[in-house]
Ligand binder design. Structure first.
Ligand code: ZN
Ligand code: ZN
Length: 448
């Protein structure tokens, strides 16, 4: 007797893996291919395009990626103009609780910490697709309209066109401070000026930005001023000087402010909210000067310089910058807690730390945070900051010519900082490095 079995097989569900790390992307793809139809994308932008075209059942996305990060991809998929019915699993090596909650706020259905066991990835995917895990309760915020870079403003008049220097206007981290014990290094928070010929660059808008604004107003007097402001992230100590920058109020002036899309919305909306009436008497829309917000998707070329960015390990979205111009490289890395500090010496953590070092490789000047001593760090692990030893390691791994330590803890006096920076120097020497290390001080100018 002949028995015939006809089995009705359901079509395989579709999973899109979005990750800029080729090893993890291929690993996830191999594992998931056992049970699903899989496609891959190498960053959020490609992920969004493939998700719209292919309509997968599940998107598994990394957070820190070039062009578009995972929070934005998540917000786009889950937003009102998104792709209903698609589940999102965020998979990241970031272990800060802030990142987990921000990913869920952006609409993620689940969060899987890297490195993971392949079986765990497969299990999470099955659970999400069978509906066994509840979707995140929070509704995704509306995605902001894409910001288009405006044409570069006319170069500001100024000194000779070949000058290249850095000046520190704020070197303190977390909170401004003012007393006689910190006067040497200064009490204003993060703000660094870079002049390349006649082009003005500013990195971060901490309280140091106020004095930079006064200095520029005096330098340019009645002449129009244009500038390019790069903001690594929007924690208070990096934006608190923003409303006090006098040149913003002059209608003749033009500025472009660059960063990436926020975890909860557009860059412009973050700054607009920071100046809402609950926080400041003058709304952003009332600034007299022109201010364009540019959400970075890749390198930008400005005034003969190329600026690239790299995601840092800090709660929320945080990027560092590398500027290449006139055969010189300046790298700005703040705020950052090395991956191996949190993830141990795993292959993944070491590779990620290696990527940060590679980003700074060959720099004439690395401006890097070091907020804690090793002893302090033990009680502050997971706060998103590193130590003097971490800065020394970065100097050795990158082979930078100079290392400026910044983002000084508000509790560190001048005497303590002198000692800690000397310790950092000795670590570099012991490691066989030749990097010249110093503590960034308010008002300090360095020609490159
Ligand atoms: Zn900071
Ligand atoms: Zn921060």
């Amino acid at each position: 007797m002949l028995y015939c079995y006809f089995t009705m097989t359901e079509p395989r569900k579709k999973v899109l893996v979005v990750d800029d790390d080729v090893i993890l992307r291929e690993l996830a793809s191999d594992v998931l291919s056992e049970d699903f139809e899989v496609q891959t994308a190498q960053d959020g932008q490609e992920g969004w395009e493939k998700a719209r075209a292919w309509l997968p059942d599940l998107v598994i996305t990394d957070l820190m990626m070039p062009r578009m990060h995972g929070y934005e991809l998540c917000s786009l998929i889950k937003g009102p103009n998104g792709l209903p019915g698609i589940k999102v699993l965020v998979s990241s090596s970031k272990t800060f609780t802030t990142d987990v909650s921000q990913a869920m706020d952006a609409g993620a259905d689940d969060y899987l910490v890297k490195p993971y066991r392949p079986a765990e990835m497969l299990e999470r995917a099955h659970k999400l697709l069978s509906g066994a895990l509840p979707a995140a309760a929070a509704q995704a915020p509306a995605p902001a309209a894409a910001t288009t870079p405006s044409p570069a403003p006319a170069a500001a008049p100024g000194a000779g066109s070949r000058q290249l220097y850095v000046r520190f206007w704020g070197t303190r981290g977390s909170c401004p401070t003012c007393n006689s014990k910190v006067a040497g290094y200064g009490g204003n928070t993060a703000c660094t000026e870079l002049r390349i010929g006649d082009t003005l660059f500013i990195f971060d808008c901490g309280t140091g930005l106020r004095e930079l604004g006064d200095s520029l107003a005096a330098e340019f007097k009645g002449r129009p001023l244009a500038g390019h402001i790069f903001v690594g992230h929007t924690h208070w100590d990096h934006i608190q000087g923003f409303p006090f920058f006098v040149p913003f109020y002059n209608p003749a002036n033009t500025f472009q402010l660059y960063s990436v899309h926020g975890a909860h919305g557009g860059l412009g909306s973050i700054f607009s909210k920071s100046m809402s009436l609950d926080y400041f008497p003058i709304p952003l829309s009332s600034l007299g000067g022109r201010l364009d917000f540019v959400e970075l998707k890749g390198p930008v070329d400005i005034g003969g310089a190329r600026v690239t960015f790299q995601h840092m390990n800090h709660p929320g979205v945080c990027i560092g910058f590398r500027v290449e111009t006139q055969g010189r490289i300046i790298t700005y890395l703040s705020d950052h807690e090395p991956f191996s500090r949190l993830g141990g010496a795993s292959e993944l953590s070491l590779r990620q730390d290696g990527e940060i070092a590679a980003f700074a490789r060959g720099s004439d000047l690395v401006i890097m945070e070091a907020q804690y001593t090793e002893q302090e760090y033990a009680a502050r692990k997971g706060w998103g900051h590193g130590t003097y030893e971490d800065a020394a390691k970065l100097a050795l791994a990158s082979g930078a010519r100079r290392l400026a330590i910044t983002h000084h803890d508000p509790y560190h006096s001048d005497a303590m900082l002198d000692e800690y920076i000397e310790h950092c120097r000795s670590l570099i020497r012991k490691g066989g490095g030749a990097t010249e290390c110093f503590g960034a001080r308010e008002g300090m100018r360095m020609d490159l």
